[in-house]
Design a protein around this ligand. Sequence first.
Ligand code: S6P
Ligand code: ZN
Length: 187
Amino acid sequence: MTATALDPFSLMLDFRSGALSPHTSRTERHLSDMKGSYYADEAALGQLVQSGDPLVYEVLQYDVPEEVGQLICCTTVLHPGTVGDEYFMTKGHFHSVRDTGEVYLGLSGHGYLLLMTEEGGRSASPMGPGTVAYVPPYWAHRTVNTGDEPFVFFAVYPGQAGHDYGTIEESGFAQRVLRTPEGPVLR
Ligand code: S6P
Ligand code: ZN
């Protein structure tokens, strides 16, 4: 036995708000945390940061030891908004341990799950309440809120996965999701 032996536990998840009770960590990402190559319109980003620096998303997590055998549960609440014509999104990451997958479950609101590999693979899946999306090992993942209300989803991923943000921060993502009069468009 190599994984730490834990006692069984249950959590309560509010499907509407994404509240996870109890949770042991809460991470906030404001627009000022997303300077760099995330949003294409740097001028719009600068103006929004100056005029209130809105909260883009928050992650509530129940932490367990970060080791093989454990599973980490968390919810993401991604708020509605745009930077220029680009919808609010998460930073996006590869798992540091590349051969680890993840499962997302859409709870409320609507958006896209963008996926890409280091070999040039790309994918975009619409997500809404009830969507179960499988993130295979080796695929970087980012979510985008294309609606007018918070896009809320639950995720489960392996304890040892870790997060590599640097690769996306430097090189960006394969696709962007833009607001147009006809609705969301992938570029
Ligand atoms: C963790 C999982 C999600 C994201 C969250 C925020 O592996 O994929 O909980 O952490 O949606 O996105 P990001 O890219 O800022 O971690
Ligand atoms: Zn992940």
